[in-house]
Design a protein around this ligand. Structure first.
Ligand SMILES: Nc1ncnc2c1ncn2[C@@H]1O[C@H](COP(=O)(O)OP(=O)(O)OP(=O)(O)O)[C@@H](O)[C@H]1O
Ligand SMILES: [Mg+2]
Length: 283
């Protein structure tokens, strides 16, 4: 996180979703859902020399879980910053939640989770989680109720009164996720959130994240990862990008029902999908 503006962007969010924890295997039928993000020939140039993103065409629908994979420097974070309204496109069009990204940011229906946890070290866990609501002027009682709700979701209700430094890396990431969820965002942008975690913590957070996403049945998650296994495990679709200038080189459907369990990770189907995404990355 580099600026206060980005941090505030990361904290913002609203929007209500209906609970649906459905224990049966389910496929998200997102094709008929409204388009939340539309990119048409979207481009971003930094100065005269650096074309970070070029001609990206992509429509993202409500309820999707979309992973972006691609080599370092291909423009993944740049696309996320544009969607979050933190940086403007230099060509093409971008529509977010039916309006411009800057307007969508004002409506605070978007939340951001970064690789670094970005918690305020002097605030307790619950104060950190309540902060986006405090910034919006939500009454104190409601702030607390909502913060407790999301801390319960990430399994950290017992830790609400401790300081971030008393938590492990995985727990700090859970708090960051809770803080992003507290305002019930329509769109959750996650930029390599699990990159700094060990494999076991990472896998349990992947499963927890999918459980939360399934409960929040209309929430759309956009997730950047370098890890093809993670992308296949989480996504309804994987967007593969080329080296700079970043373009979309392939979009791969992951038509596997939820909930996805450890069995899926060791299945032939999983292996095949990982191979397909890896091959697409190499082209
Ligand atoms: N503020 C900036 N000013 C100038 N160039 C920038 C800026 N931000 C990003 N870039 C350049 O744009 C390109 C894309 O950067 P971006 O951070 O979007 O890549 P990325 O795909 O997220 O990479 P990584 O996987 O390493 O996080 C890079 O060449 C980078 O140097
Ligand atoms: Mg990046």
């Amino acid at each position: 996180m580099s600026t206060a503006e980005e941090w505030i962007g990361g904290c913002s969010g609203i929007a209500v979703t209906e609970g649906n924890s459905g224990s049966e295997a389910e496929n998200r039928n997102v094709e008929a859902g409204p388009a939340l993000v539309r990119m048409e020939r979207l481009g971003k140039r930094y100065g005269k020399q650096i074309v970070a993103v070029q001609d990206v065409n992509l429509t993202i629908r409500e309820g999707e879980f979309l992973c972006f994979v691609g080599p370092s420097g291909c423009g993944k974070s740049t696309i996320f910053k544009m969607i979050a309204g933190l940086s403007g496109p230099t060509s093409g069009t971008l529509e977010v939640l039916g309006t411009s990204a800057k307007e969508a940011l004002k409506q605070s229906d978007i939340a951001f989770v970064f690789q670094e946890h970005t918690l305020l070290p002097w605030n307790t866990v619950i104060d950190n989680v309540m902060l986006p609501l405090a910034l919006k002027g939500t009454p104190k009682k409601e702030r607390r109720r909502e913060a407790e709700r999301v801390l319960e979701m990430v399994g950290l209700k017992d830790y609400m009164n401790v300081l971030p430094r008393q938590l492990s890396g995985g727990m700090k990431m859970r708090v960051s996720i809770a803080r992003a969820l507290v305002s019930r965002p329509k769109l959750l942008l996650m930029d390599e959130p699990f990159g700094a975690l060990d494999e076991i913590t990472r896998q349990s957070l992947q499963t927890e994240l999918l459980t939360i996403w399934r409960k929040e049945s209309k929430m759309t998650v956009l997730f950047v990862t370098h890890n093809v296994f993670e992308a296949v495990f989480l996504s309804t679709r994987v967007v593969v990008m080329t080296p700079r200038p970043g373009k979309v080189s392939g979009i791969i459907d992951i038509p596997v029902p939820f909930p996805r369990t450890g069995e899926f990770r060791t299945s032939n189907e999983f292996g095949e999908l990982v191979r397909t995404v890896s091959e697409s990355l190499q082209h």
